[in-house]
Design a protein. Structure first.
Length: 169
């Protein structure tokens, strides 16, 4: 039943003559099953003439392309009935939610990029950055853990529903 619905959706919507997300030149999907046996689908589509992301170029074209097809919102209380409580997996480390949910949506989309670390083989750079207290990478990891702890504290002790409210705290 699920497979038939999924195939109907792909052929009658995604691959239709209307090309709702553009002309799909290739795709990949995987069907997974939740604990209760309910199937769900993860899909990747390669779209003809879609802008390509590069760290050397402005990402505005890619963000605009994504925004044409993807949206984000927090559903109202009467709609959001399936996940009002955290599961055992969420509380695995005795926190409210080890995944830090719920997360407020951002008003402006962005592409997150990894932080570059100083190569520890570059001894002169390492000496400048470490000041005898470990490598620059160790300092970066320590600083990142401190920032995440501060962010979690703000989220747990404030009623924040948007990223703008988060940045004002």
């Amino acid at each position: 039943m699920f497979e038939r619905r999924m195939q109907n959706f792909l052929h009658n919507v995604i691959f239709s003559l209307q090309n709702p997300i553009g002309e799909v030149v290739d795709y990949f999907y995987r069907i997974e099953f939740l604990q209760g046996g309910w199937p769900h689908l993860h899909c990747l589509f390669w779209v003809k003439n879609a802008p390509r992301y590069s760290t050397e170029t402005d990402d505005t074209l890619v963000i605009d392309f994504i925004c044409k097809y993807v949206s984000c919102s927090i559903p109202s209380e009467d709609v959001q009935t399936h996940s009002k409580n955290h599961s055992k997996s969420c509380k695995k480390t005795h926190k409210t939610c080890r995944f830090n949910f719920p997360k407020p949506p951002s008003q402006q989309p962005f592409i997150a990029t990894p932080v570059e670390h100083v190569d520890s083989s570059d001894k002169s750079q390492e000496a400048e950055n470490s000041e005898g207290s470990g490598t620059s990478l160790d300092q970066d990891k320590k600083r990142e853990k401190e920032m995440i702890a501060k962010i979690c504290d703000v989220l747990q002790h404030n009623d924040i529903s948007t990223m703008e409210e988060f940045f004002l705290v």
